[in-house]
Design a protein around this ligand. Sequence first.
Ligand SMILES: CC(C)(COP(=O)(O)OP(=O)(O)OC[C@H]1O[C@@H](n2cnc3c(N)ncnc32)[C@H](O)[C@@H]1OP(=O)(O)O)[C@@H](O)C(=O)NCCC(=O)NCCS
Length: 188
Amino acid sequence: MTSRIRLRPTLASDIPFVLSLEQDEQNLPFITPWERTQHEASIRFPDMRHFIIEGGAGLEAVGFLILIGCRNPHQSIELKRMVVASKGQGLGRAALRVAKRVAFDDLGAHRFWLDVKARNVRAKALYDSEGFVMEGTLREAVRLQQVASSLPAGRGSQAGVDFDSLHVLSMLRTEFDARRSGGLEGSF
Ligand SMILES: CC(C)(COP(=O)(O)OP(=O)(O)OC[C@H]1O[C@@H](n2cnc3c(N)ncnc32)[C@H](O)[C@@H]1OP(=O)(O)O)[C@@H](O)C(=O)NCCC(=O)NCCS
């Protein structure tokens, strides 16, 4: 069973909440945080959709997610980031299901895709179980933040030590339609 959640557009007044989630040490290893100005711009930029995830009894803010490429001519929309404050309670799965509906139903996506760090076992398990198909791996494509910040100034990179790989996963509209017909997207 999935949690009850809803998405609403992020407001400028929500940015401190978003930044605090990004800077939380539970989340930092799995994301590449943005500057405040990037979030501010993404609220206004038509190619992006920045959402607050609301959940719980009072539908309070429990996380955020960002879609990008919403106006791209290839109808290929990216789930750029999704973070929830309380893990393992079904909020991520519920938010992902709503994000799929926004991407395919509201924004006309043909392909909905994302990348996830190889070390992010929890998120990868979620995407796998939600029907995303593995496309490939960008090997050692991202520098690990906590390691990078502890490096002496001027030190060069060392492959295999400071980097993580990115798995690219996607879902096509036909796959989403089949899941929905098969009752795998829940009731709504
Ligand atoms: C990734 C994230 C959004 C998932 O949301 P969540 O609410 O914690 O996940 P859910 O409770 O909906 O769990 C979904 C599935 O993830 C998997 N999962 C959950 N916790 C897990 C763990 N500790 N280890 C492995 N898999 C786990 C399970 O398959 C679970 O489904 P199940 O409970 O039905 O078995 C959330 O954990 C988060 O904010 N993480 C930090 C930021 C991040 O990694 N964002 C994604 C970047 S690509």
